[in-house]
Design a protein around this ligand. Structure first.
Ligand code: ZN
Length: 287
């Protein structure tokens, strides 16, 4: 059964580790993440962007697929199904479809409007027992066409949003989505420390986990980051493994064209990436 991300993240914050959010794109992705979480006894959050939701045939399709896998694959670790960077309308659709966790990205609204809409969603999510992630200060890079300039959040605005009763808070601290440019200046730990000081026990979320050096990830966790989003890294691993299979001509040998064979190396590559992240984040054996 899907659970809210609240309990797993509060435990992570208290225990100084982080739970990974791994974005899913299809059945193989979902199965790879769920099996790896179970094998490593790790709590896990499945992330679904609005674009991926559309791609997979809609939110209800995803809820059906994930719930089916939890049962048929005997997944017993805590699993949250989370809307990633949801719009106000998308959030409402996912709540109705059966997601257990929602991110409302109101970072592009003026702070007053972000507060007003977040407040309304807090009330709905509380009533239904869902977790809610809010965002302050946009996160750099591009995610489904939402472009941010790599901003650094205002810690006081973070406190205002945290005080609305959200479950977790994403704040820009120089992190960006996608691959990091060569001239990236790194995470702003002074701002992160200030945000943590003002928001207390609130689990903080680090977006754009792909390509952040391991020592920075560990330092961010020590400063209150309890959820780290990983998306691009699994895509790169899947693509590289699939490319290798094709380039070696394996799809042309015997029944190598069978999708169950063709997609297997990519599936295994996602599993390896997820396991590596769970070990780095410290969530192994925390289920
Ligand atoms: Zn993000």
């Amino acid at each position: 059964m899907l659970v809210s991300a609240k309990e797993m993240l509060n435990k992570a914050k208290a225990g100084k580790y982080a739970v990974g959010q791994f974005n899913i794109n299809n059945l193989e992705w979902t199965k790879a993440v769920l099996l790896t979480a179970q094998e490593n006894a790790s709590p896990v959050i499945l992330g679904v962007s609005e674009g991926a939701g559309k791609y997979m045939g809609g939110y209800k399709t995803i809820v059906g697929m994930v719930n089916g896998m939890l049962e048929e694959l005997n997944i017993t670790v805590p699993v949250a199904l989370h809307l990633d960077h949801g719009s106000y309308e998308g959030a409402k659709k996912c709540i109705e479809a059966g997601f257990s966790s929602i991110m409302f990205d109101g970072s592009h609204y003026p702070i007053e409007e972000n507060i007003e809409k977040t407040k309304e969603l807090v009330a709905i999510c509380n009533q239904k027992g869902l977790s809610l992630e809010a965002e302050v200060g946009s996160i750099g890079g591009e995610e489904d066409g939402v472009i941010g300039a790599g901003e650094v959040a205002d810690p006081n605005e973070c406190k205002m949003i945290a005080d609305l009763g959200v479950t977790m808070l994403a704040a820009g601290i120089g992190n960006i989505h996608g691959k990091y440019p060569a001239n990236w200046t790194g995470l702003n730990f002074d701002v992160l420390a200030k945000i943590q000081e003002l928001t207390g026990t609130m689990p903080l979320v680090l977006h754009g986990g792909t390509g952040i050096p391991e020592d920075m990830i560990k330092k961010a966790i020590s400063l209150g980051v309890s959820k780290i989003n990983v998306n691009t890294e699994c895509q790169l691993a899947f693509a590289a493994a699939t490319r290798k299979y094709i380039e070696e001509g394996k799809d042309l040998q015997g029944k190598g064209f069978d999708p169950r064979k063709l997609l297997a190396p990519g599936f295994e590559a996602i599993k390896a990436t997820v396991k590596e992240k769970m070990e780095l984040f410290g969530s192994v054996n925390k289920a």
